[in-house]
Ligand binder design. Structure first.
Ligand code: C2E
Ligand code: MG
Ligand code: MG
Ligand code: MG
Length: 282
């Protein structure tokens, strides 16, 4: 963002900044329309037990296809949604849609699984979030333990004292929390200990070269050991190969998620995947 000089309103952009802000505005306007027209979609990626290969959860991930702009990644549009304030209505839509989907899967006979929903830092800090979560769960008559809220490590550590209160509130309502992209932020272990979290999600950047990079091996081993000694579960993100799977299992990682099992899927395809009830590890 260009800085505006306070006194004379003088503003200057480099060509790259200008190109970026034009694109941002274009995406922001299109996103506003997409929200109003209900054009966002959720895909679901399986989360699997590393112990017995059972399906235990689904991470809900936003997908957006715009007729003019094409597919836009959440990595691009989530920050724009945060800057423009759209994130609160998008976040509420994601919560409601993911839980409504879970309810309908259960009603159709699928064994209950956990639905994991990503929270933006802004959504997490918004005062009405805990009540909103309870209201949606009540409306759908779903027990709170079917919901897991994923918060990135950097969002949790941004204001850890405030985060403790919010997590206590959500935990009191029976909702689980996990720390996403763990290892990429700056965790203070003394705060981590005070967070009411259930699971650490080991960032995929550590998993990618795990078969060849001794330092990544050491990091993943250390995170799993630390998590377990704090009574937390672990899930490895971005598992794409059998050798990555073998390594994280050898370190007693609890759960796995990644293209090796499945890409994020539209709801109907996720349901087909779930119905093939089997050991999904091999
Ligand atoms: P994340 O929550 O860490 O999600 C994991 C990302 O890794 C997803 O990208 C997923 O499609 C991708 N992924 C999963 N398995 C593999 C694999 O084996 N290999 C590789 N290379 N990638 C894999 P996606 O869907 O593009 O989402 C990117 C980020 O956007 C998410 O990272 C999350 O931070 C954010 N995001 C997505 N949906 C939402 C949402 O509903 N709300 C909020 N606040 N953020 C969201
Ligand atoms: Mg996530
Ligand atoms: Mg992640
Ligand atoms: Mg991420």
């Amino acid at each position: 963002r260009a800085k505006k000089d306070g006194r004379n309103g003088y503003c200057f952009f480099t060509p790259q900044m200008q190109a970026r802000s034009v694109r941002n505005l274009e995406v922001e306007n299109a996103l506003r329309q997409a929200v109003a027209r209900n054009q966002l979609e959720l895909y679901y990626q399986p989360q699997i037990s590393a112990v017995d290969g059972k399906l235990i959860g689904a991470e809900a991930l936003l997908r957006w296809h715009n007729p003019e702009l094409g597919f836009i990644s959440p990595a691009e549009f989530i920050p724009i949604a945060e800057e423009s304030g759209l994130i609160l209505s998008i976040g509420e839509w994601v919560l409601r849609t993911a839980l409504t989907q879970l309810k309908s899967w259960i009603d159709r006979g699928m064994s209950p699984i956990i639905v994991a929903v990503n929270l933006s830092a802004i959504q997490f800090r918004h005062a009405t979030l805990p009540q909103l979560v309870s209201t949606i769960l009540d409306e759908l008559q779903l027990p709170p333990e079917f919901l897991e809220l994923e918060l990135t490590e950097s969002a949790a550590m941004h204001d850890p004292v405030a985060a403790i209160d919010i997590m206590n509130n959500l935990h009191g309502r029976g909702v689980r929390m996990s720390i996403d992209d763990f290892g990429t932020g700056y965790s203070s272990l003394s705060y981590l200990k005070k967070f009411k979290v259930y699971k650490l999600k080991i960032d995929q950047s550590f998993v990618r070269d795990i078969s060849t990079d001794p330092e990544d091996k050491a990091i993943v081993n250390a995170v799993i050991q630390m998590a377990h000694s704090l009574g937390l579960k672990t899930i490895a993100e971005g598992v794409e190969t059998e050798s990555q799977l073998d390594f994280v299992r050898s370190q007693l990682c609890d759960e796995v998620q990644g293209y090796y099992f499945s890409k994020p899927l539209p709801a109907a395809q996720f349901e087909d995947f779930a119905r093939r009830d089997r050991n999904m590890l091999y």
